[in-house]
Ligand binder design. Structure first.
Ligand SMILES: [Zn+2]
Length: 389
């Protein structure tokens, strides 16, 4: 086996930088200040062609002999609202036992999702730069805005409008330092049933849209078979909201009922095929019930992705992890969705490796273990060295 000496990482600088990033509030669409900080730091470190685009994506490179990008790192710089989290911008370092972690952790909104990872990726570039290793191939860091809005707006601007590309990519979203290959996709539909109002004292004169919806929900729960993926797990559906009209203004039976249906889906499915399945259930119901009138609208689509384990980028991640941490890690998938899906869909195989536990993302306990930052940074540096050195 290879036994390369590891690159020296500026641990103190990394920890301080992660804290600085947490100190700067950066809700989606409000990333100007944090983008400025990242831009400045990337320039200080010596990344090349560092620039910020009009929506506050920041990119920078380590140029190799070959200008085509071999390896792209991706992280986002926005975070969700802090809610009632205590000290969301403190970046305070506390003992991790309160979160079940043995060692100090850095707290704050976006600590694990994902300012810690962004800092670690940038400091990995610093470690490579300072090592003086000549690069044959080019590395690209992308620190993007507008991820938490779940439409990939930031990364898509870089991929589609600027045509950024790479041979392979790593998403730094939290994987607990393991290797993640993808996630299920999420679709959301609005489904409506229609009826006819009547006086509630004489309901048989109307057609109750709520009862029609109940029939359909029964069909879903008893007759909707879903497929499964060996790694991503089963597809699921869930009714996440329901409303009826005209409501409780008077004693009147509703002539409209609407549900929001969440459907998690797999890479081998598409939004169209899933919608068709649900339409088939609705149509079947309409055949057996003349009064069943319905509509369906697809309102959200966050695509799934799965990077096959034999992809070079997965081998790279495993090898780098093994060199630095002693083993290639556990292969798993995310529960949540990440911008990596848009990168992968653009034809750039993307794997996940990041500090922190995704279970704490968006919670009042948002934190990242300090030693995860350092270890992730070392693995990232090793990835760049292997891919580009
Ligand atoms: Zn995230």
């Amino acid at each position: 086996m290879e036994n390369q000496s590891q690159l020296a990482v500026d641990e103190e600088g990394l920890v301080a930088f992660a804290q600085e990033l947490i100190h700067i509030p950066s809700l989606s669409m409000e990333e100007a200040a944090i983008a400025k900080k990242i831009l400045e730091r990337m320039r200080e470190i010596g990344l090349e062609d560092v620039r910020e685009d009009p929506i506050h994506n920041v990119v920078g490179r380590l140029n190799g002999d070959d200008p085509a990008v071999e390896l792209m790192f991706n992280g986002h710089i926005d975070h969700v609202p802090p809610g009632d989290m205590a000290g969301p911008y403190s970046g305070e370092i506390v003992e991790g036992d309160r979160y079940g972690y043995d060692g100090p952790v850095m707290t704050g909104r976006g600590a694990c999702d994902m300012k810690g990872a962004v800092a670690a990726m940038i400091y990995a570039a610093k470690a490579v730069r300072e090592s003086g290793i000549p690069l044959k191939k080019t590395f690209l860091m992308t620190a993007v805005s507008r991820e938490e809005m779940a439409k990939g707006e930031g990364i898509l601007r870089l991929l589609e409008e600027e045509g950024l590309t790479a041979r392979m990519a790593v998403s730094g979203e939290a994987t607990d330092l393991q290797i993640h290959l993808g996630h299920r996709g999420k679709l959301e539909f609005t489904i409506t049933t229609h009826g006819r109002t009547a006086h509630a004292s004489n309901p048989d004169r109307g057609i109750n849209a709520v009862y029609k919806m109940c029939d359909f929900i029964d069909d879903l729960r008893t007759g909707y078979e879903l497929s499964s993926h060996p790694m991503l797990g089963p597809c699921t559906f869930a009714v996440i909201d329901i409303l009826s009209r005209p409501g409780r203004l008077g004693p009147i039976t509703p002539d409209l009922c609407e549900i929001a249906l969440d459907r998690r889906y797999l890479p081998e499915e598409s939004a169209e095929t899933v919608q068709k399945e649900i339409e088939t259930l609705l149509e079947r119901r309409a055949v057996s019930d003349d009064d069943f009138r319905w509509e369906i609208e697809r309102v959200k689509d966050f695509p799934p992705f799965f990077c096959e384990e034999d992809q070079p980028v997965v081998k790279l991640a495993k090898a780098a992890r093994e060199t630095v941490l002693g083993d290639p890690g556990k292969i798993s998938v995310w529960k949540f969705g990440v911008d990596g899906t848009f990168i992968h869909r653009a034809g750039i195989p993307c794997v996940g490796f990041g500090p922190g536990d995704e279970g704490f993302a968006h919670t009042p306990e948002d934190h990242v273990p300090v030693d995860h930052l350092v270890r992730a940074c070392r693995v990232y540096a090793e990835m760049i060295r292997r891919a580009c050195g």
